[in-house]
Write a protein that binds this ligand. Structure first.
Ligand SMILES: Cc1ncc(COP(=O)(O)O)c(C=O)c1O
Length: 357
């Protein structure tokens, strides 16, 4: 067979290719390359992250008034919610989840083959957890013998909080059950650690609190979350995570968001949201066809229309909200979750809700 040649020269195609690789990049290209390399080497992203997120832990322990041995930093609260079932559960173990709530609190248990028992709160009682619910939960604990009880407070999507006295009693009466309290939205309710389940850690070794930088600190894209518990539990969790689970940039952003000026900024933002929430709720209450879950301690409301499919109605008008029509605990009830936004966007949403009414 004839050698493939180029331009009728005597060189083979391969020789021609090899020759061309000697051609150096254009001057402009080389300068660009040198610049990129220089920048890269100067940035601290050339090195691996601090594998213990120690500076972020220091800041956070200050913020939460705890020791850094109580903290494990993760790539979002999600990472912790994934790790816990893998650490604690075997196939067919049972867990109780207080619903309706954030879907991952159910799904990650199912992934490891555990049985999820939904403890349903009642819409007629505004999805509140009170004495009656506490007593019913105690009955469920005795009969189902769960290994973990998952609760979210303030709860996504209802915005309700579970009073600390109940968390205290549940943890105290079931010392062999892990009580996981997801406080991803806690800052909207209070920045004071005394008003968080972290204040109960010294009393209960079976308590694990989860926090996130994705909500009030608005760092969802950075992926930073925190598991908070006793040092023994924390070191077990640390053994389960990957070694460099939180990137250098994410750690840096977490540290920055805990400086006093940023905390002041977050506080200010939360108070603006509260004001907008008051305006939002009072307008909705004037519209007769909505059922609103009142007293949300977060930055969203949980709502349904008495006769229309609210998700569809909003979607038709260009608004995509969080869809809870098929969620455990509220299946078929037509609830959606709507976030409180900037004043002008809130006006638009309220106008649309008025038209749908
Ligand atoms: C209640 C709750 N917990 C945890 C998470 C996960 O947060 P992160 O972004 O920190 O993984 C979310 C996110 O929506 C949430 O709503």
């Amino acid at each position: 067979m004839k050698n493939p040649t180029l331009n009728n020269s005597s060189k083979t195609y391969l020789e021609e290719k090899r020759g061309s690789s000697k051609i150096s990049p254009s001057k402009e290209g080389k300068i660009r390359f040198d610049l990129a390399e220089g920048l890269w080497e100067k940035s601290d992203l050339a090195s691996l992250p601090d594998r213990t997120s120690s500076k972020l832990k220091d800041k956070l322990s200050n913020f939460l008034n705890l020791d850094s041995s109580n903290l494990s930093i993760h790539a979002g609260a999600d990472e912790i919610i994934e790790i816990i079932p893998r650490m604690y559960l075997d196939r067919d173990d049972r867990v109780i989840v207080i619903v309706p709530t954030f879907d991952r609190l159910l799904a990650t248990n199912k992934k490891v083959g555990a049985e999820v028992i939904n403890f349903e709160l009642s819409a007629t009682k505004n999805f509140r957890f009170e004495d009656e619910e506490y007593q019913n939960l105690e009955v469920a604990i005795k009969s189902k013998k769960p290994k973990i009880i998952w609760m979210c407070t303030p709860n996504n999507p209802t915005g309700q909080i579970i009073d600390l006295q109940f968390i205290d009693k549940i943890a105290g009466e079931s010392p062999d059950i892990l009580i996981v309290v997801d406080e991803a939205y806690q800052e909207y309710s209070s920045l004071n650690p005394k008003e968080s389940a972290v204040s109960l850690l010294s009393k209960h070794n079976n308590l694990l609190v989860i926090r996130s930088f994705s909500k009030a600190f608005a760092l969802a894209g950075a992926r930073v979350g925190c598991a908070i518990s006793n040092p023994e539990m924390i070191s077990k969790i640390e053994n389960f995570r990957t070694m460099f689970n939180v990137s250098t940039s994410a750690q840096r952003m977490g540290i920055k968001s805990l400086t006093q000026s940023k905390i002041n900024y977050v506080e200010d933002k939360i108070s603006k949201i509260h004001n907008q929430m008051i305006r939002f709720v009072s307008k909705i209450k004037s519209l007769s066809n909505y059922e609103l879950i009142e007293d949300s301690k977060t930055n969203f409301i949980f709502i349904r229309h008495k006769s229309k499919d609210l998700f569809e109605e909003l979607y038709k008008r260009g608004l995509a909200v969080s869809d809870w029509r098929f969620a455990p605990g509220v299946i078929g009830k037509g609830y959606v979750r709507i976030s409180i936004n900037t004043p002008s966007l809130n006006t638009k949403i309220l106008d649309i809700l008025e038209k749908i009414n």
